[in-house]
Design a protein around this ligand. Structure first.
Ligand code: ADP
Ligand code: MG
Length: 253
């Protein structure tokens, strides 16, 4: 059984097509990067997989569970890291509180900050290497914010992490640090990673599985096989040159 399975999935907002006949399967363990230009349907894809939106045709199964019919079960298997830009920074909360809220929301009321919850919060903050839990969330740097959101997604011990543009708004070194962190969670903790990004991964040397998406799937496979100039030109209309440093096709390795 594939851990993630999509068959002929389509989704439209009114008459605007966001995803068209999308099919792919991923077997655990995987570290997968979905890449495509702005408006390619990447965020829509994540929301469909979480059951936050309901696809109009096709089938989505996560570890055998049908989405959205069994979305409750699926949500317990998945940690979701939304796009940083969607978070309201005006809420005055410490990192510890942001993460603890996620931990508490799993419990039925009354929701009490027990020793167990506190331990779990410390544990995930250590995993993402945020060492001062009392820092205000609003005062964190871009990279620290991303770490805090990853910690928040880890409190439920997910099998899979879904991340929406985890590298956007970060400088190059920070992008690589976040990529290294995700890779470490994958290798050491056995968490499967499914991320979406509009630009090519800054740390392609980690050799993810790449799905090239622009409403439909243009290619899927190892980064070195998928990221050919020909494939990129098809999925990114208007792409005239590929920035230096990207590893393409036969040039790889
Ligand atoms: P991406 O994350 O790849 O940038 P999205 O999944 O956000 O793409 O959007 C895919 C398409 O669906 C785009 O054309 C976008 O304008 C449209 N879209 C996204 N959300 C909505 C919405 N709530 N209402 C109408 N159209 C939307
Ligand atoms: Mg998006």
């Amino acid at each position: 059984m594939a851990e993630i399975e999509l068959k002929n999935v389509s989704y439209s907002f009114g008459d605007r097509v966001a995803l068209e006949d999308v099919s792919f399967e991923l077997n655990s363990p995987f570290f997968c990067a979905v890449m495509g230009p702005n408006g390619a349907g990447k965020s829509t894809l994540l929301k469909l997989m979480l059951g936050l939106l309901k696809h109009q045709s096709g089938i989505i199964r996560i570890m055998g569970y049908d989405v959205p019919r069994e979305a409750g079960k699926v949500r317990r298997l998945i940690g979701y890291v939304p796009q940083v830009i969607d978070i309201d920074y005006r809420v005055p909360m410490s990192v510890e509180e942001v993460v603890a809220m996620a931990a508490l929301s799993r419990d039925l009321p009354p929701r009490i900050m027990t020793g167990n919850v506190r331990r779990k919060v410390r544990e995930v903050l250590e995993l993402v290497e945020l060492d001062d839990p009392s820092m205000q969330f609003s005062e964190l740097s871009g990279g620290q914010r991303q770490r805090a959101l990853i910690a928040r997604a880890l409190v439920s011990d997910p099998r899979i992490l879904l991340l929406d543009e985890p590298y956007s708004m970060l400088d190059f070194n920070m992008k690589c640090e976040i990529a290294e962190l995700l890779y470490r969670l994958h290798k050491d903790k056995g968490i499967d990673i499914f991320l979406v990004a509009h630009e090519l991964s800054p740390c392609i040397h980690l050799e993810p599985i790449v799905i090239l998406l622009n409403k439909r799937v243009y290619a899927i496979g190892r980064a070195g096989e998928v990221l050919t100039l020909e494939n990129l030109r098809r999925a990114y209309p208007g792409l005239t040159e590929v920035p230096a440093g990207f590893i393409l096709g036969e040039d790889h390795g």
